[in-house]
Ligand binder design. Structure first.
Ligand code: ADP
Ligand code: MG
Length: 696
């Protein structure tokens, strides 16, 4: 793939399939290209001119450096080959009738990919709306309008969404540098454009509408770098999509597809939004306002109620209400009348004019504790919105701190909004959205400032682990249980002493070597949840070991007469009173690869679903983050006078497990549940995993 920036800044564009036929894509393309700074060459062997431009017979004669192809699908490959032979490297295939059409289309798309590889072509599409680049007036799309000029570059997997957004953006102060409709993404995909725009001086914010990310790992690698300099905001549809895989482990059941995206986008440093509205709220504020250097927000309002709403909203974002310095309070007392509130949220009261509001705003923006401000106004007879908008814009510029506004109302608010938007200040009707967009700025600051997390590596015995997996393969099993505990030993994860035996006599022998009562568990690949069938006995005394063995086997037989029984595990008792049962697991996502899950464990794990998920391999600092993220985090820190558990040992275990799944792609899913976390360390008490014998 060559340098992509040329795609957006060609000298000469060939439109293959150009025609004057009313309502055709070919005509819309030529008309839309009328404003292009460079040359436009219509390609059509059947007529002399199209819309006043002389045609050529074939794309090979156009002398172009970008070909936009809108011919029937069956003719596309020949056109692209001809273009490639003529030295054109950038091609936009608008035509549909490829992968999305099934059947023949799938083969055609494959051939297009092969062709692109052969000639090293940059191909957008097929089945797309086209590309736009505003600095050169390039509108190589059949959208009904050109994008307004600005610093947002936008990629979309849906062409329909592009047209809707361009229409909407014109009225909402969002302007674009480049726009690309990705179509089927046969060759170029989201990673390619994020990469390109990351190096583009004229792009301040990258915005994406995505339905899927095919190569999740590549996207993460690319975006992780780009987001250090340029914010990337993505709305990804399909949040509620049910976990598609038939999962046999807890981790598999809980680490569904959308959670994998969540983990991937987080790792990539992408700001993910839930709605399209939030997507462009984020784009607007990131393009228009600087990021706050401190977390304190000041609220200045002429109305009590909306001020309270804004204050509530501050609690929902990574910001706090600033506590003003004394000099600020004095300045506010000087400029505000009796009855006004000088503390944050500052209430300048209902009879305030624009001067009073802005004097207060000037005072709070000068305060060192203030990193950002929200101005909230309800329309009154004394307040002139035009003045207010102009003065707020001036103050924002002179202080250089981010400001958002909530000038409520109808016509007069809309006029003020135009002035504010001209200054890059987004205005909202809802105080919560005004605060929310400051929250986006502060989330981006966190992303920009985070340390690059290098995966931690541990000393492990890889060969011993491989031997365990190979033994399972030789037995022809894909599901492993506690008999595979040596796998954890090999990776330095603490396990209680124990052994799998196949007679009551051996069981007694093992129990005698373990001090005190033991735990006994049935070991069978056919029994997933041992305690569900009474297959776990805790606190078995030596005298009871013999009978317990017989009883466990009987229970298993009753449950499933033909179950394969590998034996009974006799295990050391683990101290539970001061401990917390957690789950540590791994899973493999088709797009994002190995993932690590951590949460509250035990037998009710799926009922609670209190888990954190990250991409493997993990940096230990990331593992520590996972511990803090779950709702049950206070339990780990020693709730109700208990001692805190050994968090470092838990984090290390997550790190070691992440190394294990990274080293062995054959491990599809793995659960350690419970991983008992105690004040003085951890113990992996139970293990279950699914392996793919063919990838060993
Ligand atoms: P399963 O999940 O298949 O039912 P486990 O081995 O996880 O089987 O055991 C179920 C529960 O029994 C655990 O969640 C834990 O509460 C308890 N348990 C299991 N092994 C031990 C042990 N060695 N020491 C103390 N408690 C244990
Ligand atoms: Mg268990």
């Amino acid at each position: 793939m060559g340098e992509l920036s040329a795609l957006f800044a060609p000298d000469r564009v060939a439109v293959v399939g150009a025609t004057e036929r009313q309502g055709s894509v070919g005509r819309a393309l030529v008309e839309n290209l009328a404003e292009f700074d460079g040359e436009v060459v219509p390609v059509n062997p059947n007529c002399e001119t199209v819309c006043g431009l002389s045609t050529v017979d074939g794309v090979g004669e156009a002398g172009a450096d970008l070909a936009v192809v809108a011919v029937p699908a069956s003719a596309v490959l020949d056109v692209v080959r001809e273009a490639a032979e003529a030295g054109i490297r950038n091609v936009v295939v608008i035509s549909a009738g490829f992968g999305e059409a099934g059947g023949e289309g799938v083969a055609r798309e494959r051939d297009l990919t092969t062709l692109a590889d052969e000639y090293d072509l940059n191909v957008v599409g097929p089945n797309c709306l086209g590309v736009i680049s505003t600095p050169v007036g390039l509108n190589a799309t059949f959208a009904p309008r050109m994008a307004p000029t600005g610093a947002v570059s936008f990629l979309s997997q849906s062409g329909a969404f592009v047209t809707a957004v361009l229409d909407w953006a014109a009225d909402h102060g969002v302007g674009f540098k480049d726009v690309v409709s990705l179509g089927n993404k046969a060759i170029l995909d989201e990673s390619d454009f994020v990469d390109t725009w990351g190096d583009d001086e004229e792009t301040d914010v990258i915005v994406g509408y995505l339905e899927a990310i095919e190569d999740g790992r590549r996207f993460v690698d690319v975006a992780r770098e780009v987001t250090r300099e340029t914010p990337v905001v993505v709305v990804k549809s399909g949040r509620t999509e049910a976990g598609a895989q038939a999962a046999s482990s807890h981790t598999g059941a809980m680490a569904g597809r959308d959670r994998a995206y969540e983990a991937g986008l987080r790792e990539a440093g992408v700001v993910r939004t839930d709605t399209v509205q939030d997507l462009f709220d984020a784009a607007r504020v990131l393009a228009g306002q600087p990021v706050p250097e401190t977390d304190g927000v000041a609220v200045v309002t002429n109305a009590g109620g909306p001020g309270v709403m804004a204050t509530d909203a501050v609690g929902e974002v990574p910001l706090s209400l600033a506590e003003f310095e004394n000099v600020t309070l004095d300045r506010l007392r000087d400029c505000l009348p009796e009855g006004a509130n000088v503390y944050n949220p500052v209430d300048v009261i209902g009879d305030a004019d624009s001067d009073r509001m802005c004097t207060a705003l000037d005072a709070v923006l000068a305060d060192d504790a203030v990193g950002a401000a929200v101005v909230i106004a309800a329309p009154t007879a004394t307040l002139d919105y035009d003045d207010l908008a102009a003065d707020v814009a001036d103050l924002q510029a002179s202080h250089g701190l981010p400001v958002t506004t909530c000038l409520m109302g109808g016509e007069r608010a809309r006029r003020a909004e135009d002035v504010l938007e001209g200054a890059g200040i987004p205005n909202y009707f809802d105080p919560a959205r005004a605060v929310g967009s400051l929250g986006t700025l502060s989330r981006y600051r966190e992303i920009r400032e985070r340390e690059p997390a290098t995966p931690t590596t541990y000393d492990v015995d890889r060969e011993a682990a491989r031997a365990v997996l190979e033994r399972a393969r030789d037995r022809g099993t894909t599901r492993l249980g506690v008999e595979a505990m040596p796998l954890l030993d090999a990776y330095g994860i603490p396990t209680p002493a124990g052994e799998v035996v196949d007679s009551p006599v051996e069981a007694l022998d093992v129990a005698e070597r373990i001090d005190g009562p033991v735990v006994m568990k049935i070991v069978s690949p056919d029994i997933l949840h041992k305690s569900d069938i009474g297959g776990v006995k805790v606190g078995v005394s030596q005298e009871a070991v013999y009978d317990a063995f017989e009883d466990l086997v009987t229970r298993a037989r009753n449950y499933q007469p033909d179950a394969t029984i590998l034996g009974v595990q006799v295990q050391e008792m683990v101290e539970m009173d001061a401990g917390v049962e957690t789950i540590a697991g791994t899973n493999r996502d088709p797009q994002f690869g190995p993932l690590v899950l951590f949460g509250l464990g035990g037998v009710f794990v799926e009922v609670m679903e209190d888990t954190a998920l990250r991409l493997a391999p993990l940096a230990e600092s990331t593992a520590r983050e996972m511990l803090d993220e779950i709702d049950a985090a206070p339990l780990l820190s020693g709730a109700r006078g208990r001692d805190p558990v050994d968090k470092a040992a838990v984090a290390e275990t997550l790190g070691r497990l992440s190394q294990l799944v990274t080293d062995f792609p054959a491990i599809l899913e793995l659960d350690v549940n419970p991983l008992v976390a105690n004040p003085d360390g951890v113990q992996a008490v139970d293990l279950r995993l699914t392996v793919d014998p063919d990838s060993l």
